[in-house]
Design a protein around this ligand. Structure first.
Ligand code: AHR
Length: 681
């Protein structure tokens, strides 16, 4: 119920965030014409014209990036490689959810034996009925399973303390029904004080599976003098090998999908996640650093517990691993249930928190927070160019954002004048370096708006950051209709990337293990990348992004078009009023050139269900080589998609192309996104 409300509110917020673009007197030859053909004539062949001699701007080197937050089990049960669910037992104060007793015993939460003030509860196991052939213990089934792979070494660790219980404990990874044990280790002795135990668990030549569990058990009832033993646990953890073998690291398969997109930045940690439902549930970065056993965790606005094992440093290491610039969103004094901190003295500690956070990220180690970063294992500072102040502050009904923004802006610019500051909604009192706009739309809405940025002013100092956007068609991940809407929209951003400096799709991740029901793994439909405990896949929209991000030049070329076919579309009613039907284009395109190689990248989206012969006319290029390359993403129907079972159903295909010239005709398949690489020197 709670999650449902959140989703509805967020949807409303997203609609509000779809700002109308400001129009201006700027004129550009870059605006393709919409020309429905004459009524009784055979439709004319559409013509795309590229003037390679006329550069209208530079493609922003940071145009394509990633956005991430804890939603849909993005970190816990996602890119964070931790395999144990509710490892700190704080997910539910009523009981040890996601944990089971093994054998003839009971388990319970115990607040009288805290590990420390951060992890102030523990799991209590009664060992008094353990027998040689009848062990007792605790078991955890992970995030919808625990992946077991052959010949793989896992690291298990936990804190424990015994009372009348000196050990031993057996730690095993086994099938859910206990029939098969894949890896096992023994901790011979458990102390009477809290201590950390760490073992390696190596699998043999077994098959890959996920219906498994971690079990910590014993066959000993208690000590020599007392057979009524008790053992308490905290921070029970299991890690498989991670990306770049980082401790407390990330999942290699998901990181590889991201690396293949060649993104340029990572916007984190939200989204709603930075704000929290309440001020006390914000992303309080100081509680997300240091030893994981000192991180209290918090409830995320998407309805589940976050251990904060994936905290500020882990985000930064993610950036480091994929060579991404961090786009750091700081908490700006507004939380989703309309709680806000009054600008002025009350907001000062939060501004100071943001300054401290920047120091943690960028400082040299003779400063307090940079010294903390070094202590946390990363002495080298991270490069940081972008700070976002809050998230979607348009929804703050107190209308306090302008004043809150000014306070953050002035303090940050005073100390870090080179940082680019991003506002989440328009402000009057300062000129932000970038404005973050969010668009969640249908396929047709995306297409109807694909030319919007052509009309924007070129004289504005402030650049645009499309910090969340998606064509929301397809669940859990977008289908080909989603990819077509996205690609149309991306041609508009790329053609205008002299003003659209940055963009990132959202949400990035979804755990698809259980997309419905009370304990569901998805809070938001239409997410770029899907996974379960074992494998992951990119949606058609993922591949569209990958094509756009990895294949473009640095110079935007002037384009024009004729005879673009259109189709009728009825926009949805707004507040009970149905707008008139519109004609929307069926072909979208843009062209960029790489100054070094001279390659022109022509992107063409054919959203129609029929193949389209299209004339391509190129002027202003000294020559066009007849041989080039086409990379095409196409589907038989708009509903076609990828899934765990069919991860590669719709993927880009590269082919050699011949017969290219300054004036040629090419057939573009139905429902397709193409990148033509034309060699011009
Ligand atoms: O991407 C999902 C949510 O949509 C984000 O958390 C929020 O910023 C937006 O409303």
């Amino acid at each position: 119920m709670r999650t449902k409300t959140i989703v509805t509110l967020t949807l409303m917020a997203s609609c509000l965030i779809a700002f109308a673009q400001t129009n201006s007197t700027f004129e550009t030859t870059n605006v393709p014409e919409t020309v429905p053909s004459g009524t009784n004539m055979a439709p004319a062949i559409p013509v795309l014209q590229i003037d390679a001699g006329k550069v209208t701007g530079n493609v922003s080197p940071t145009l394509y990036g990633l956005m991430t937050e804890e939603i849909n089990f993005s970190y816990e049960g996602g890119v964070y490689a931790e395999l144990i669910r509710n490892r700190t037992f704080k997910a539910n104060a009523q009981g040890p959810v996601f944990w089971n007793a093994v054998g003839d015993t009971t388990i319970a939460l115990d607040t009288n034996q805290p590990l420390n003030t951060a992890l102030n509860v523990s799991l209590k196991l009664d060992t008094s009925k353990a027998l040689k052939n009848s062990p007792v213990g605790i078991a955890n089934g992970g995030y919808w399973g625990i992946p077991v792979r052959p010949n793989t070494t896992y690291r298990a660790s936990f804190y424990a303390r015994g009372k009348h219980f000196p050990g031993p404990l057996t730690i095993s990874v086994e099938s859910t029904n206990g029939d098969k044990v894949f890896a096992k280790a023994i901790v011979p002795h458990i102390s009477g004080k809290w201590e950390k135990y760490d073992v390696a668990l190596a699998t043999g030549n077994t098959e890959t599976s996920k219906d498994n569990r971690l079990v910590i058990s014993t066959t000993k009832r208690g000590s020599f003098f007392n057979n009524h033993g008790t053992v308490w646990f905290q921070n029970v953890s299991l890690f498989p090998p991670t990306y770049h073998n980082r401790p407390n690291g990330t999942r290699p398969d998901i990181m590889q999908l991201l690396a293949d997109m060649q993104p340029k930045f990572l916007r984190f940690p939200g989204g709603n996640y930075v704000e929290g439902n309440a001020i006390a549930e914000r992303f309080n970065w100081k509680e997300t650093i240091g030893d994981v056993s000192q991180r209290p965790g918090h409830r995320s606005p998407w309805g589940y517990w976050s251990t904060d094992g994936f905290g500020l440093l882990e985000f930064l290491e993610w950036c480091e691993d994929l060579h991404l610039q961090p786009v750091l969103a700081v908490y700006a004094g507004f939380s989703l249930r309309q709680q806000h901190i009054a600008p002025g003295a009350q907001l000062e500690p939060y501004v100071q928190d943001a300054l401290d956070e920047i120091e943690y990220v960028t400082g040299v180690t003779n400063t307090r927070w940079a010294a903390q970063r070094a202590k946390d294992g990363h002495p080298a500072p991270f490069a940081l160019n972008y700070i976002e102040i809050g998230n979607e502050d348009l929804v703050d009904r107190s209308r306090s954002y302008d004043a809150r923004f000014v306070q953050f802006y002035d303090a940050i610019k005073a100390k870090y004048p080179n940082l680019q500051i991003i506002a989440t909604t328009p402000v009057k009192s300062r000129v932000p370096d970038l404005l973050d706009e969010h668009y969640y739309r249908s396929r047709e809405e995306m297409q109807a708006h694909a030319l919007d940025y052509d009309k924007n002013s070129r004289t504005n100092k402030m650049k645009i950051f499309v910090g969340e956007w998606a064509t929301r068609v397809g669940s859990p991940t977008p289908n080909m209709a989603g990819a077509l809407g996205d690609a149309a929209w991306m041609t508009g951003m790329e053609r205008n990337s002299d003003i659209v400096a940055m963009s990132c799709y959202a949400p990035l991740f979804v755990n698809v293990s259980q997309i419905r029901g009370a304990n569901r793994s998805m809070q938001w439909t239409t997410d770029l990348i899907g996974y379960d405990a074992l494998t992951s896949y990119g949606s058609p929209a993922y591949y569209a992004q990958q094509m756009f991000s990895t294949m473009h030049g640095d110079a935007i070329l002037s384009t024009d078009s004729q005879d673009i076919p259109t189709r009728k579309w009825q926009p949805r009613a707004v507040r009970g009023v149905t707008p008139p039907p519109q004609q929307i284009r069926q072909i979208f395109f843009d062209a960029t050139r790489d100054s070094g190689s001279g390659i022109v990248y022509l992107k063409v989206v054919n959203e129609a269900g029929t193949a389209q012969n299209i004339k391509i006319q190129i002027t202003g290029a000294p020559m066009i080589e007849p041989e080039g390359e086409a990379v095409v993403l196409a589907a038989d129907s708009t509903g076609d998609t990828n899934s765990l079972e069919q991860p590669q159903r719709i993927v880009p295909r590269a082919e050699k192309v011949d017969g290219l010239s300054a004036n040629f005709t090419r057939e573009f398949p139905p429902y397709s996104i193409s990148v033509l690489k034309l060699k011009t020197k």
